[in-house]
Write a protein that binds this ligand. Sequence first.
Ligand code: AHM
Ligand code: MG
Length: 340
Amino acid sequence: MEHIRFMTLERHIIEGERQHPEATGELSALLSDLALAAKVISREVNKAGLVDILGFTGDENVHGEKVKKLDIYANDMMIKAMDHGGHLCAMASEEEEDIIHIPTQHRIGKYIILFDPLDGSSNIDANISIGTIFSIYKRLSPDGTPGTMEDCLQPGINQVAAGYVVYGSSTILVYTTGADHGVHGFTLDPSIGEFLLSHENITTPKKGKIYSINEGNYLYWHPGLKKYIKYLQEEDAATARPYSTRYIGSMVADIHRNMLYGGIFMYPADSRSPYGKLRLMYECNPMAMIIEAAGGRAIDGKKRIMEIVPTSLHQRTPIFIGSAEDVTIVEEFMRKEVNG
Ligand code: AHM
Ligand code: MG
């Protein structure tokens, strides 16, 4: 029998940190707390429909969107799993208007985490993949004091770790601590309650054959984007066109698939939404860190997502993310159309 090497997420994180003699183990411990939240959310997502937890609560989140109960549950689990570990000085969630402070009875740590507890919420009722996204920074303010807005509003290039969990046909957690350390995926074995290494050192193809965008918004797009999508639909053997369209409507699942197979995911600005839909801090920066570490690119149309200097927690940004060559081609289409 071929030698099988079991590698749990926890062991992988600890071994990664051992390569850094200066590491205190705090990041490992934080990621372990987060993995626990992911397991609990995964269990609940898998039960959805069996128990009466689906449907609208009637409340709206800070963006004026309907919030479903499972979103609130996921948000609560993320906070509960991480607020007492002593590793964080503050958190921020897509579901909460303000910074989440660490309760005074708990130790204050040196990290900041921002997360979207359950992304793709419109897919919950239909048993379609949804996900959790997270982004971790080191604090800027002095140790031992409560985290500040300035700690949260750092550009994506300052991230020390980022990751996501896809609750799909199985649950998979993908994380990176930077391009030098690679992108790794762990599949949850629910029977033993462990995330096991299943995708070591993920790299995304330089060029793909898939494009993912909500084409229903075509009318409102930038002319360069309209031309780009038409270009992808033309026949040309040399550039492997036409491409295929795949769009789940869950950013995490769409980007995860494209990262593995190669392709581009886009949520552009349009004439109705000048900043697009997706949130810089909770969605775009962490996904950009992962895709770049896997060898891809992520831009807002003109500049690198991770270089955007944030001005507010919930700001949105257009995003074009995926295989490096595909992102470069759409960038050129949009530039040409502006400059003539
Ligand atoms: P959510 O945070 O309310 O779940 O919205 C984010 C989701 C993304 O996962 C997905 O890419 C996008 O919304 C889909 O939007 P649309 O339905 O406009 O295509
Ligand atoms: Mg979201």
